[in-house]
Design a protein around this ligand. Structure first.
Ligand code: KG4
Ligand code: ZN
Length: 354
């Protein structure tokens, strides 16, 4: 009888849910989330600073840091309240510690460290890009590594081989502007304002993607690397030339043709990687992964090859803490812990650990 009880207690222990509070503040979203066993999101609180930065046409790091300081505690409180859990129910606290803007990162890292110090909970530093990739696990219970992933956001354009949880090989990256950066800069040039990606996405729906032929950049001998600054310059040159000739340009056509040039390159590189590595699963992630034309083109290209295509919902593509909680969970069960002297690392490489 006693033995039976002991065994059932042990089983209870191994079945215990793991609750993680995750914090994200690497750019202009102050976010916190509580997740259960990695893939079940109990809350996903996001305070977007977009309205503040729109006044300046882009993210102002100092203003972002101050806004994070104001919002970090209320956002964490809201995430805990929505999940109906207290700090005492948690198993760990995960936080983005790089890459990103140093001031904004420091706010999240300091908050997480203070909470860990006060509660004795373990701290888990998470790589922001690993978070973006992990967003795919949340709504796709069948997705497991290995697979290929394209991470396209405001700060990054990476083609990644996800070998296992926490094991990555970057096979392609941008040589200059990130895809989202190109969207933001072109949007500004054609009078759409900030943030550019969603606005170009919307304007492009009314335009002709074949109206203008913008270049699809090839980057030397590296098959998978990207370059978007040439494309951005081509758009700016086109606008200048029109102005000099006194000719009108059509905003929706420029948006649609630019977007098509970006999408073509992203699809082309991704499909080459799938062919070369023989992947049967492919995922997209990051803010630009919510682009409707990119999603449609990737879906079609993957279907043609019989490759399963994964993408997060738009709210999990842009910065959020649920993706950090998911990535943090896999670190937690691998036994990885960060020490309380964890620092923000603005240029942290994928696969590196502090
Ligand atoms: O992942 P994210 O929220 O932040 C970074 O880690 O950088 O990505 C933000 C970027 C911005 O450049 C924004 O313009 C772009 O993602 N973005 C989009 C769309 N939604 C957001 N780009 C194209 N189409 C969209 N629908
Ligand atoms: Zn991001």
């Amino acid at each position: 009888m006693a033995v039976g009880k002991l065994i059932s207690l042990n089983m209870e222990e191994t079945k215990k849910d793991i609750l993680i509070l995750a914090i994200e503040s690497s750019c202009d979203e102050t976010a916190a989330s509580v997740c259960r066993n990695g893939r079940e999101i109990l809350s996903n609180t996001i305070y977007s600073q977009i309205d503040v930065h729109t006044l300046y046409g882009g993210v102002v790091p100092e203003i972002a840091s101050r806004a994070h300081i104001e919002k970090i505690i209320p956002v964490i409180d809201t995430a805990l309240a929505e999940a109906k859990v207290g700090l005492k129910d948690l198993d760990a606290i995960a936080v983005t510690y790089g890459p990103g803007l140093v001031g904004p990162l420091l706010v999240g890292v300091s908050a997480a460290k203070a909470l860990c110090l006060a509660t004795g909970l373990p701290l888990i530093g998470v790589h922001h890009i690993e978070g973006h990739i992990s967003a795919n696990y949340i709504e796709n219970p069948d997705l497991e590594p290995p697979f290929a992933a394209l991470v396209v956001s405001g700060g990054h354009s990476h083609l990644v081989v996800v070998k296992d949880y926490g094991e990555y090989e970057v096979i392609g990256r941008t040589r200059d502007d990130a895809a989202g950066e190109a969207f933001d800069k072109v949007a500004r040039a054609i009078g759409l304002g900030y943030p550019g990606g969603p606005k170009i996405d919307k304007a492009a729906k009314e335009g002709n993607p074949h109206a203008l032929e913008f270049p699809r950049a090839k980057v030397g001998e590296s098959v998978y690397d990207f370059s978007f600054s040439g494309l951005k310059s081509a758009v700016l040159n086109y606008l200048n030339t029109c102005e000099m000739k006194g000719e009108k340009w059509v905003q929706a056509d420029v948006a649609a043709s630019f977007q098509k040039a970006v999408v073509d390159v992203l699809v082309d590189h991704s499909m080459s990687a799938i062919d070369q590595y023989g992947f049967k699963k492919f995922a997209i992630a990051g803010g630009v992964a919510s682009n409707s034309a990119l999603r449609a083109a990737m879906k079609e290209a993957c279907e043609k090859k019989g490759v399963a295509f994964y993408h997060p919902s738009p709210i999990l593509c842009t910065d959020n803490a649920a993706m950090i909680g998911c990535a943090g969970y896999y670190e937690f069960i691998r036994g990885e812990r960060s020490s309380l002297d964890l620092n923000a690392i603005p240029n942290l490489k994928l696969g590196e650990r502090a």
